[in-house]
Design a protein around this ligand. Structure first.
Ligand code: HSE
Length: 362
C-alpha cells in the first residue's frame, strides 16, 4: 500500500475539509484507491505551524473551533507559520496549497508553489492566482523537477472541468468555453430574485463557504476572470494575462433590475467566455448577461456552476456541478492526489496539445 505524506499550507475551510475527509474516509479511500494519506505538517497564517513527521493527529485539531486554533505550545508547533521552511524542509510527498487567492500577483501562494516544486515535491492547489498568472512557468518547473502540479479545484471546485477537457477529449478540437464559474455571484443573483437584499445575500454566501475571504473578487468578476484565463490557457492553449480579459462584475446590477428581469422571464448571470478566433488568437471576457429561461445557463442556479466546451466533433459538451464550498473544493484536492497516484512520478507532462504554442495568441 502506498502512502503519501502531505504538508497542508493554509488551514482555512478547504484544507480543514480535506483533513476531515482523511479522518472520516481514510480507511475507505485506502481500500478503494490503494493508498493512505498522512498529514506531516500544517501551516496557517493565524494558527502558526505544526510538524510531526510521524503523522499529525488531526482529530483534536478538527474539534477545536478554527478561530481558537493555535499551534504554539504543541510538540512540533510554533506561532510562526514558517511556510518556506516547512515547504522546503519537511519531508512531505505532496504540498497542498490552499491559502487565499491574490488576483494581482498570486502571492504568497505563487512562492509556496515554487518552493515546493523546486524541492521536488508534488503540488496540488485550489488557488487560482498561481495557475492563472504563472501556470505555464510552474508546469515547466514541475517537469524540470520530475513532479506533478495539479490544480483541478482552481476552476469549478471539485467538478472536473479541467480534467475532462485535458484527459477525456483527445482527438477533437476545443474551439471555445463559456460558463457560469462563480458560485457566490450566482447565489447572490438568485437570492436577489427571491427578494433578499444584497448585504444579506453576501452574508449568506460567506456563511455557506462560497465567497472568497474578500467577496469583492466574486462580485466584481475578478474570480471569474482568473478562471477564464486558466481555461483559455489550459484548454485552448492561449497565453492570456489579466489585462487581456475585459471584466465586468454584478455590482452595477440593482436588486430591482434583477427582479424586473425575472418578471419578464430573464435571469441575470455572470458569464465568462473564451473563444478561438479565425486567426488562431483567443478572445475572452467576463460580463453579466440576462439570459432567457430557455437558455442552457438559465437553470444553473445557486452555487451550481457550468462550463460548456465547444468542440468540432462533438458539438457542445457541458460540465455542470458545484463551483464552490469547503467539501466540494477539498474533493478537488483529493482528485488531484488521486491523479498524482495514478500517474506516478514517470509521467508528469500535460498532453502536447495543451502546451503547444498557438500562432497569434497573446
Ligand atoms: N468564491 C468562489 C466562488 C469559490 O464563489 O465560486 C471558488 O473559486
Amino acid at each position: 500500500m502506498d502512502r503519501y505524506d502531505l504538508s497542508l499550507i493554509g488551514f482555512g475551510g478547504v484544507n480543514r475539509a480535506l483533513a476531515e475527509l482523511i479522518v472520516q474516509r481514510g480507511d475507505d479511500l485506502a481500500v478503494e484507491l490503494g493508498f493512505t494519506l498522512r498529514v506531516v505538517a500544517i501551516t496557517d497564517l493565524r494558527a502558526g505551524s505544526l510538524v510531526d513527521i510521524d503523522g499529525i493527529d488531526l482529530v483534536p485539531l478538527l474539534s477545536t473551533e478554527p478561530g481558537a486554533l493555535s499551534f504554539a505550545g504543541l510538540a512540533g508547533g510554533s506561532a510562526d507559520p514558517r511556510n518556506e521552511w516547512v515547504i522546503r524542509h519537511v519531508p512531505a510527498d505532496i504540498v497542498v496549497e490552499a491559502t487565499y487567492t491574490n488576483p494581482t500577483d498570486g502571492e504568497p501562494a505563487l512562492s509556496h508553489v515554487r518552493w515546493a516544486l523546486e524541492s521536488g515535491k508534488h503540488v496540488c492547489t485550489t488557488n487560482k492566482g498561481p495557475v492563472a498568472l504563472a501556470g505555464r512557468a510552474l508546469k515547466a518547473l514541475a517537469v524540470d523537477h520530475g513532479v506533478s502540479f495539479e490544480f483541478e479545484g482552481s476552476v469549478l471546485s471539485g467538478t472536473p472541468v479541467l480534467r475532462t477537457a485535458q484527459r477525456l477529449l483527445g482527438g477533437l478540437t476545443i474551439t471555445g468555453v463559456q460558463g457560469i464559474m462563480n458560485g457566490t455571484s450566482n447565489y447572490i443573483l438568485g437570492r436577489l430574485e427571491d427578494g433578499v437584499d444584497l448585504p444579506r445575500a453576501i452574508a449568506e454566501a460567506q456563511a455557506l463557504g462560497y465567497a472568497e475571504s474578500d467577496p469583492t473578487a466574486d462580485i466584481e468578476g475578478h474570480d471569474v476572470q482568473l478562471k477564464v484565463i486558466i481555461l483559455a490557457n489550459e484548454v485552448l492553449g492561449a497565453r492570456l494575462r489579466r489585462e487581456d480579459v475585459p471584466c465586468e462584475g454584478i455590482s452595477a446590477i440593482t436588486p430591482q433590475e434583477v427582479r424586473d428581469a425575472a418578471s419578464k422571464g430573464l435571469h441575470w448571470k455572470l458569464v465568462g467566455s473564451a473563444t478561438r478566433q479565425e486567426d488562431g488568437s483567443v478572445e475572452a471576457r467576463v460580463a453579466p448577461v440576462a439570459v432567457p429561461a430557455h437558455h442552457p445557463l438559465a437553470g444553473i442556479s445557486g452555487p451550481l456552476n457550468a462550463v460548456s466546451l465547444h468542440t468540432d466533433l462533438l458539438g457542445t459538451i457541458t460540465v455542470s456541478g458545484p463551483g464552490a464550498g469547503r467539501i466540494e473544493t477539498a474533493y478537488a484536492l483529493l482528485s488531484d492526489i488521486i491523479a498524482i497516484h495514478q500517474r506516478g512520478a514517470a509521467d508528469t507532462t500535460t498532453p502536447a496539445r495543451f502546451v503547444r504554442q498557438e500562432p497569434n495568441c497573446v
